[in-house]
Every structure is written in C-alpha cells, then in structure tokens.
Design a binder for this molecule. Sequence first.
Ligand code: GLN
Length: 483
Amino acid sequence: MIELTLAQAAEGLRKKEFSSLELTKSVLERMKSLDSQVHAYVETCEDEALKQAEAADASLKEDSSVLHGIPVGLKDIFNTKGVRTTCCSNIIKDFVPPYDASVVSKLRDAGMVMVGKTNMDEFACGSSTEHSCFGVTKNPWDLDRVAGGSSGGSAAAVAADMAYYSLGTDTGGSIRQPASLCGVVGLKVTYGRVSRSGVTSMASSWDTIGPFTKTVEDAALVLKEIAGHDRRDSTTPKVDVPDYTKNLGQSIQGLKVGLPKEYFGEGIDPEVRKVLDEAISQLKSLGAEVKEVSLPSTKYAVAVYYVAMPAELSANLARFDGIRYGSKPKGDVEDMIDYYFQARSEGFGDEIKRRIMIGTYVLSAGYYDAYYKKAQQVRTLIIQDFNKVFEEVDVLATPVSPIPAFKIGEKADDPLSMYLADVFTIPSSCAGVPAISIPCGFTNQQLPVGLQIIGPQFEEGKILQVASAYEQSTEWHKQRPQL
Ligand code: GLN
C-alpha cells in the first residue's frame, strides 16, 4: 500500500479498497521501521494522524478533495497549530504555533492526515539538510549521502514511501535540488502562486511553497489544492487556479523547448550530463522542437542571490530574540543587549550566523549601494533574460543540480561549493518563474538525476504538461530505492 501514488491512494479510498486509517497505519509503520536510518522526520504525529484518519474515513464523500485522508509530511517551517514548529533551529525549538499557516488550513479543510514534520536546513539555509539542529537526513538511495536541501526531509520522506506527498519551500532551489537528488518530483511555483502566510520567512521576495510527489500527476493534484489568492499574503494575486490535470497527457508535438547554453557548460558532472542529453533526446522524440537559447546574465545569478537573500534573511531573523520558544543564555546576562547577544550566539548555527553577517553588511550605510542595490539591478537583468527567452520558446529544459547526491560531510567545510549546488535553480528563483524537477535517470552508482523544466510566470500548467509527457514515456519515476 505504501508504494501507491497519491492519485492511486485517493482512488482506493473512494472504492473502499482500504481506509484512511489503514493507509495512515501503514505509513506510520514504515516510519517506525525506516526513519531511524533515513531521519526524514523531526516529529512524528502518530496520535493526531490516527484521529485525523478516523475523521477522514467518517467524512469521505464522492466530492471530497483528492487529498482527503491521505498521509502527508510537512517541512518543519509550516506553522501547524498545536504541533511544534522549529525550522530546525535551537532558537525556536520549543515553539508550538497557536495557528496554522494558510496552506496548512487549506490541507486541513481538504481532510489532511499529517503524519509528521520533516527535517530541513536551519531556516531553510542550505543544500544538504546538514545544517539542522536535529541532525542530517540521509539519502534513501545511499545512506552515506545527503538528501539535498533545504527540504531534504520532505524529499526523502516521499522517496522512501514515508508519505504520499509532502510540502517544502523553495527560495533558491530547496524543493528542486532535493527532489533531484532523491529521485522524486518537486515543483517550485511562480512567486505568489501559493500563500506564504504562516510559513517562516527566509528571503521574502524569493520564498515559494510547493509539493514533493511520486508523479507529475500528483504534483498537479496538490498544486490545485494549495494555490490561489490569500488575503493574508499580499503577494498572492487574484489569478485563476486552473485544473492542472487538464494539461496532463497532452501531446508536446511542436512545443518549443529552449536549452540555455549557459546551463550546459563546464562544471556539470559528466554522468549527469549524459543522463540529461538522453532526456533531451526523449523530448525531441516526443515531437518537441528543441533549440539552443541564451540567458546571458545567468552567470551573475548566484552572486545576486548571495547578496540579496542574506539581506532579506538577516532582516527576517532579527525578530528572533531568544526571549520565548527556544534556547536561552546559559550564563549570567548583564543587560538586554547582552541577553540578545548570548541568546542569538547560542541559538543560531554557523551557516545562519554567516548569512546574518553578510546580510547586515550588504545593507549597512556605505555598502548598500555597492552591494544590495547593485544586486537588485542585476536581478532585473536576469528577469529580463527570462522575459525575452519566453518570447522565443514555451519552456526551458535544464539540469537541476550539476552533481548527484554528495557524501555527508563532503562539503561541510566549504560553503562556496555548497552554494554552487544551486547554480541551475537560483536563476529562475531570481525571476520568480515556475520550475519542476522530475526523475530522468541514474548515474553509474544508482544515484538519481533530475531534469528541470522552467516556464513563464503562472504557466505551471505548461511545465506540468511537458513533465508529464516525458514521465509517461519513461520508467524512471517507477524506480524505488532499496531500503
Ligand atoms: N540552497 C539554497 C540556500 O542555501 C537555497 C535554499 C532554499 O531554497 N531555501 O540558500
């Protein structure tokens, strides 16, 4: 039962082949037997999940949401009423939110069964889930390797059949990169497509929310349920939420797919490159018109991100003062300033401190124009690149990550090489456009590789169409890790 997709599980519930309680018990069993190895979850919600499943069984109707009664794991950055929400940081490790994030309310209204909260890099900063105060998540395909990050727990939970779907956040790649490394589907939406209300902010002008699933169809189903305007998040425009499943199974004959030449240069692992080349041939054989395009400002994207993101992050994290919810100064404190100083020194991990220092520096008087303002200007050039290229092509196809899952600890002392894990995901984050990572093959060591399809703003339907055409013509998404 645990191997079913979300769509299959939902159908089975309606046909009374099994109950939500049975689905939920099987996921909880799987978590008990496997998660000590994988560590996808930082909190298991067994009692609540069983109650929610019973309630879901009692209230299931023909027109219930497709998510009704289906076990889900949520990244520990989503406020969940009554369930501890820590962002995997010591500074708020005892925080129990008194309210749900807007997306969580939507899931609750849809009949949510939440089996647990998933592991992540502290405040979503990282590409390996090694920066979590609860310890690292292992890649289900090779337990010596990382699951990617920052939503590594959400990706690993779905890859290891410990949830039928999960939610994560993607600011510069945190859904797509772990999805790629764990061999599952990960969808980063257009900025503003899904409400961020009640989701702890990392970098507010970049943060997005999206699903991890086993198939493209499942991603389309979840997106339909979570997308849309929310009066609590003024960056969610009143753009209609279409039925994304209508795009599935449609031909991509004649559709124009651009290959940005900046994404296929040096730095890509040769095995990843080979898998990508085959995936692109597959798109061609499905009738897509594939052509080389250029996004000339791509080379600035990582630099722009690592100036603008820490600026926003440091401002957002200024609110964590250590007075409530988490670690408190252990020694004597002289005054309030000393209290904040000690609480924040003890409560934040090294990567967060590094980014707070960068962020406050680039915003400081005298440096603001040279760094922050300049980064914003170059961000505009990157946005213009995307606007221009989408006059020529419908979607772009690119790698997600230049390398497959790396060994745990391998990049721990080298932040720059960790930052480069996101070279192919950050540009589309700069532009706020939607992108998906789908499984497209394996390296010789059986490590999954993802294909990224990027589309224009609010064209999630289009990228889902291309992704589903590809998926239906291949078998990669059916492979499961041996655990
Ligand atoms: N890995 C990137 C970073 O460290 C992206 C994080 C994210 O998307 N939340 O910032």
